[in-house]
Design a binder for this molecule. Structure first.
Ligand code: NDP
Ligand code: HSE
Length: 444
């Protein structure tokens, strides 16, 4: 083995991902040294409880509860504790001491990303976070480096594995939402606080990170329109299936052209804007995203020059995510050896975020109505007055004693604001008993 320079690595956290990272650092030391040009010395592992059981055996003497001391004098700090504090404080301390930081902490980056990236810029250190979005899938580096010379128009995909697992179980096995969620919980798919997954917070954090990179703009979770899968029922999944769709929780990051421009998706008189949103949407069963099953993730990137790109793989899992972390560690080590400052973010485009009412897409609206003459004509009239153009109409005959039927209306592309105003008028009308569901159609 060549005599490599030695770099001191501090690991914060030895849970699902951290324990696997420690294992790889310890067992692949020689290979990692060859690749990075530096001997990566794992100086210690900060945890809450040094006696807690671990997924892999780790040398007891490396475990410590004193993260602050461990950070001092380290060249690379790997933060895999999760959450906002004390992760934020430790990362800032590491950067201020000149260390490069590797993290998988999407919650932190989606809320305090600007502060952390600014701190890194101040000292010329790097912050790498491949693991923060879509686990093992390389998507951060392609956006930050490989596509840096291109112009990204749209990113959309499945970035939350546990909700995909639940929706997929409902679709493929006909399970209820509760049954599918129970299985996801038993298999350890859901976060400790399941609302992070079910209500779309986890996907929104990832969408904020992807949009920041794609549009060279600081996007925080507060800029993301978020809807979770709580309202999705087995009946909605079945209705989608009959119409040739599958329901997926999607993250959509979109560049919206200035008003009047060719192909403008919204009219923005002042110039370009962006839309970042997470919601359950209908996808054609022929679309590649429809065949993303179980806990997998997939991200589509539409770039002006490169065209359409698709990234697919494991969105979570300790070992899988550790792969993404280790790629960042090797890069950070190479930078240390080569010298020079870390390559920071490029958020200077500063595009405004458009409200959800400005987006345009297709919709599927399901109404419960009295099965009587003139009802369909009244509904068509309300849609027409609202400027919402109908593409398809399907009625399922009434089976209940009250003689009510379901009408499923597929619209052409419409402005969200026009659609929601129209749905409110339908709901208020005397011909509609109930608006059963309103789902957006994506991927067309
Ligand atoms: P875990 O909850 O499994 O592990 C967290 C680790 O951090 C534990 O070892 C814990 O110590 C330690 N820790 C937590 N708080 C403190 C503290 N205050 N002081 C010292 N140590 C602390 O998390 P994961 O490994 O699942 O996730 C780590 C990061 O990676 C998160 O940001 C997560 O969002 C991200 N990520 C995770 C993925 C996954 O599949 N799990 C996928 C993609 C990203 P102790 O063990 O003693 O309790
Ligand atoms: N809760 C996340 C998911 C874990 O289900 O995708 C990976 O970030």
């Amino acid at each position: 083995m060549i005599d490599h320079r030695r770099l001191r690595v501090a690991l914060l956290g030895a849970g699902s991902v951290g324990s696997q990272v420690a294992h790889l650092l310890l067992t692949h030391a020689e290979e990692l040294a060859e690749r990075s040009g530096a001997e990566l010395e794992l100086a210690g592992i900060a945890v809450r409880d040094v006696d807690a059981p671990r997924d892999v055996d780790l040398p007891r003497e490396l475990l410590t509860t004193d993260a602050e001391s461990l950070i001092v004098g380290s060249d690379i700090v790997i933060e895999l504790m999760g959450g906002i504090e004390p992760a934020r404080t430790h990362i800032l301390a590491a950067l201020n001491s000149g260390a490069d930081v590797v993290t998988g902490n999407k919650a932190l980056l989606a809320t305090h990303g600007a502060e952390i990236f600014d701190a890194a810029d101040q000292v010329g250190a790097s912050v790498s976070y491949e693991a923060a979005v879509a686990g093992a899938i390389p998507i951060i580096r392609p956006l930050k480096d490989s596509l840096a010379g291109d112009r990204i128009k749209r990113i959309f995909g499945i970035v939350n594995g546990s909700t995909n697992f639940i929706l997929d179980k409902m679709d493929r096995e006909g399970l209820s939402a509760d049954e599918a969620q129970r299985i996801a919980t038993e298999l350890g798919y859901l976060e400790a606080d399941p609302t992070l997954d079910l209500e779309g917070y986890d996907a929104a954090q990832k969408a904020a990170i992807l949009a920041s990179l794609a549009f060279h703009t600081h996007v925080s979770i507060d800029d993301v329109h978020r809807e979770g899968i709580e309202s999705i029922t087995a009946d909605m999944i079945e209705g989608a299936r009959r119409a040739g769709f599958v329901i997926k929780l999607l993250a959509v990051c979109e560049r919206l052209a200035a008003g009047g421009a060719e192909g403008a998706d919204t009219a923005d008189a002042d110039g370009e804007s962006i839309s970042v949103r997470v919601y359950p949407a209908l996808i054609s069963r022929d679309h590649p995203l429809a065949s993303v099953h179980g806990g997998n993730n997939a991200v589509f990137v539409e770039a002006a020059a490169a065209g359409d790109l698709m990234f697919y793989g494991a969105g979570a899992g300790g070992l899988q995510t550790a792969s993404a972390v280790m790629g960042d560690v090797v890069s950070a080590a190479r930078r240390h050896i080569a010298g020079g400052v870390g390559v920071g973010e490029s958020p200077r485009q500063n595009l405004p975020t458009a409200p959800i009412g400005r987006i345009m897409t297709r919709y599927q609206v399901t109404l419960e109505v009295d099965d009587e003459p003139g009802v369909l004509a009244r509904i068509a009239g309300i849609l027409s007055e609202g400027g919402v153009s109908v593409a398809t109409v399907e009625q399922t005959p009434s089976t209940d004693a009250e003689g009510r039927a379901h009408i499923v209306i597929g619209t052409h592309r419409a402005r969200e604001q026009a659609l929601s105003d129209t749905v409110a008028r339908l709901q208020a009308s005397d011909v509609v008993e109930r608006v059963v569901s309103v789902l957006r159609v994506e991927g067309e």
